[in-house]
Unconditional design. Structure first.
Length: 263
């Protein structure tokens, strides 16, 4: 996964996994387009990457919960023929009981975790397929699978990212475009600030570093994994899970209800 004069787009690039992805992709020879809300942080990161690697780095300040600002990023994804990779990393977490919650705050969460990711993927795909190569990386979460009482909306959004990615992989099965879902567990990032959960309450052995998380995600991409669960020791466990799900498929839609529902 090295290149000459090709560009990677990273959303949520001003901190955490996004910053690490930007650094690693620059190291692999990619020019960058970095997207986030915090202009000062983006400029600092861009300056560091330029001086360290010599790669070209553009920044796009955008709040991806705002439709007009998403449109600016979409236009770049549609028109920049150098783009080879999109990392849909931007996201947020709210881990609180729904009773008494602020519905507007959860609407923002859905807009960022689901709507923005979907729109940006749709914007980039025609160019990638037309150019005959490219990669989309969608950051889901282990909480797409580990559903908790406080995670109704967050797990719902990350489950969407996983199933959206899996459906897209089927759609693009005969295409040269690669799509990967990445499922981190707890990672030491700013995602937890204001989430309703204190990361420091977790045992150290539950929390991965940002660098380890991104290195593992890229290793999974290099290995051709469609779904990369960063801390899962045996990929065969995921494969067994998927095999069990597929075993349900022939009986999910039948002419008559199951026998237990009749009479």
């Amino acid at each position: 996964m090295t290149t000459q004069n090709k560009t990677a787009v990273v959303t949520g690039a001003s901190a955490g996994l996004g910053t690490a992805y930007a650094q690693r992709l620059a190291d692999r020879g990619y020019d960058l387009i970095l997207v986030a809300r915090n202009t000062a942080r983006l400029e600092t990161l861009a300056s560091d990457i330029r001086s360290r690697t010599g790669r070209a780095v553009d920044i796009v300040t955008a709040d991806l919960t705002d439709a007009a600002q998403i449109s600016v990023v979409e236009e770049r994804l549609r028109t920049d023929e150098s783009i080879e990779i999109l990392v849909n990393n931007a996201g947020a977490a709210l881990l609180t009981p729904l009773t008494g919650s602020d519905a507007a705050a959860y609407e923002v969460l859905v807009n960022l975790n689901v709507t923005a990711l979907t729109r940006l993927t749709i914007a980039v795909l025609p160019g990638l397929t037309a150019r005959g190569h490219g990669t989309v990386v969608n950051i889901s979460s282990a909480m797409a699978l580990n559903i908790l009482p406080v995670s109704a909306v967050y797990s719902g959004t990350k489950s969407y990212v996983l199933t959206f990615t899996q459906a897209l992989q089927q759609e693009l099965a005969e295409s040269p475009v690669t799509v990967q879902a990445v499922l981190p567990g707890a990672v030491r990032t700013e995602l937890w600030d204001g989430s309703g959960v204190d990361l420091e309450a977790f045992p150290d052995e539950w929390v991965m570093s940002v660098d380890d998380a991104v290195d593992a995600a890229l290793a999974g991409l290099d290995a051709g994994e469609p779904v990369t669960i960063l801390s899962l020791p045996e990929i065969s466990d995921w494969e067994s899970f998927e095999k069990a799900r597929q075993a349900l498929v022939p009986n999910l839609s039948q002419k008559v209800p199951a026998a237990r529902y009749r009479g």
